[in-house]
Design a protein around this ligand. Structure first.
Ligand code: ADP
Length: 285
């Protein structure tokens, strides 16, 4: 896996009228991944490393909402203000708003370099939306990476996390401090603490994860897509574990009958229905 120039994700962050500064190169076998795991497990950091090395685009729904926050109040739609309120509290953004954001940016799923979805899907209902979009585009996922970490470590990661206002790089006060306090090593932007990384919002986010997002794990296991990765250690260690797991997957895929495996990986209605029943969450559909 080589290092590649990152694009500014303009089409994803600002919507389809914006153009990405660097178009990812066309790949013969682009990676199409979903990252799962509780808040604070390091999905954002890993997504960044993965997109650098795989040439894919980092599609984070959280970043879309945070980007809206940087626009002045008059430019913010009612939907975006509602989304930002949910984020501040640590609750999930209402489904209709998420759906609108994704639908407007569906072309990013066709990115010729592939994609790393981070923060979407987050509920079984969103998984259904993704299923339809991918089916329409005749695309299939390569893997759903599920990052696992004990709760105590998650809380410590969230409360010490600092993010660059401008390039969105992620640091940690003790585990990965910036060279100069409060300043991004990469672009010299100002580092800030996300509102939803404050203690009152952390508990709400972990509850939302347990009730809405954790059921997706079984769903992805049923699809044969789940790739568990232990998320302890340094970002580079976790990245190496992820890369090894993905390479193993791809090797396995190319050795087995690709056609039949790929068709089994479409997010079929049967799978969605079955997962809804298993998790007791079928009402979401
Ligand atoms: P984390 O995974 O650390 O919680 P994210 O940046 O993915 O961070 O998300 C931050 C917040 O954005 C979430 O707590 C939620 O309010 C909102 N959000 C992001 N993606 C979604 C989504 N797919 N559905 C609902 N809310 C979302």
């Amino acid at each position: 896996m080589n290092s590649r120039e990152l694009n500014d994700r303009a089409a994803w962050l600002r919507g389809p009228s914006a153009e990405c500064s660097v178009v990812p190169e066309r790949l013969e076998q682009p990676w199409r991944l979903v990252l799962l795991g509780p808040p604070g497990v390091g999905k954002g950091t890993q997504a960044r490393l993965l997109t650098q090395r795989l040439g894919a685009c980092h599609l984070s729904t959280g970043d879309v909402f945070r980007e809206a926050k940087t626009r002045n109040e008059r430019q913010q739609t009612l939907a975006m203000s509602a989304a930002l309120n949910s984020m501040r509290r640590g609750t999930l953004v209402p489904e209709a708003i998420v759906w609108q954001v994704i639908r407007e940016r569906a072309s990013c799923l066709r990115c010729q370099g592939g994609f790393v979805l981070d923060g979407f899907p987050r509920t079984l209902a969103q998984a259904k939306v993704l299923k339809l979009l991918l089916e329409n585009e005749r695309l299939s996922l390569d893997a759903v990476v599920n990052y696992e970490l004990p709760l105590a470590e998650i809380v410590s990661r969230l409360s010490g996390r600092r993010t660059c206002q401008s390039c969105k790089a992620i640091f940690h006060l003790t585990a990965q401090p910036p060279r100069t306090e409060g300043v991004c090593d990469l672009c010299c932007g100002a580092l800030y603490q996300r509102e939803d990384d404050r203690p009152e919002a952390i508990t709400v986010r972990l509850d939302a994860y347990q009730s809405s997002t954790a059921p997706l794990i079984q769903f992805c296991r049923n699809l044969g897509l789940l790739t568990p990765v232990v998320a302890s250690g340094s970002p580079e260690e976790i990245f190496r574990r992820t890369a090894t797991a993905l390479e193993k997957r791809r090797k396995f895929d190319s050795e087995s009958s690709v056609t039949s495996r790929k068709s089994a990986r479409v997010w079929s209605p049967e799978m969605l229905a079955c997962c809804g029943n298993e998790s007791g969450n079928g009402k979401n559909f």
